[in-house]
Design a protein around this ligand. Structure first.
Ligand code: PHB
Length: 250
């Protein structure tokens, strides 16, 4: 793709514009997009205009801009995410109906846990997870599962990097994290109490595909001091159901 005077390609600039949208910032003015993208104003405005013409962004009556339905339509075709989500939904509904707390499905994406689905009920407690939102691997139960069963490369990269402390109970020390990952593999599940927010405990199990590779984490978010045994039973039942749908023989 053609490069700009600063050396970034058309695709780089497009991505910079699109990445100004976050789970908590879904509507912006063109000026805000320009500023947040770090691109020259005229270049950002041109790209925004072109994306609107293509239907990938939409402008509302107040001239504020949001992600367009066309982009959602294209992104939702992502075969792997869609296949996993569809395989998981019936089991997730059962877990949610029985435990009555947030039930979620996450995959590993660029060193973070990316959430493909979250089911919640009217009585479910606090939860910082959003669909299409991300959580750090070291600080969430899903992330700990994805990391514990991830490649050696991923583990060493995470252990050597920064481990931000989100609460007083986040595992921010590499030695303690290494120990926790070994525990997750021994137990076959992760419990993260107060790790991402002090009021909640995340509980997660790995989901494998037909090759035995862990492809997702299935989790529930409970009030901090709630018992975890029933949730773990349901998560394992749900996990087996999803794995059967994915073609895993037991
Ligand atoms: C977790 O998976 O550990 C988790 C996720 C979201 C929360 C709390 C815990 O709000």
């Amino acid at each position: 793709m053609a490069n700009s005077p600063t050396g970034d390609s058309v695709t780089d600039r497009l991505v910079r514009v699109l990445e100004t949208f976050t789970p908590s910032r879904t509507v912006q003015t063109a000026a805000e997009i320009g500023r947040r993208s770090g691109l020259p104003r005229s270049s950002a405005h041109r790209i925004v205009g072109e994306l609107i013409d293509a239907g990938l962004l939409e402008r509302d009556d107040d001239r504020r801009i949001r992600i367009g339905m066309r982009l959602w339509e294209l992104a939702t075709r992502s075969s792997q995410a869609l296949r996993l989500r569809q395989a998981a939904l019936p089991a997730m509904e059962r877990v949610q109906a029985r435990i009555r707390e947030h039930t979620q499905l996450a995959v590993l994406e660029q060193d973070e846990a990316l959430f493909l689905e979250r089911l919640s009920g009217p009585t479910s407690g606090s939860n910082v997870t959003r669909i299409a939102g991300r959580l750090p691997l070291h600080a969430s139960s899903s992330g700990l599962v994805l990391l514990a069963y991830g490649t050696r490369d991923l583990q060493e990269r995470m252990l050597a990097g920064r481990l931000p402390r989100l609460t007083a109970e986040t595992i921010a020390d590499p030695t303690a994290l290494r120990r926790k990952l070994a525990e997750v593999r021994t137990l076959g599940h992760a419990v993260a109490q107060g790790s991402i927010e002090l009021v909640s405990t995340g509980v997660a199990v790995p989901v494998r595909d037909e090759t035995g590779t862990v492809v997702a984490a299935l989790s529930v978010v409970l009030p901090r001091d709630a018992p975890t045994a029933a949730a773990l039973d349901e998560l394992h039942r749900g996990r087996r159901e999803i794995e059967r749908t994915l073609g895993v023989r037991s």
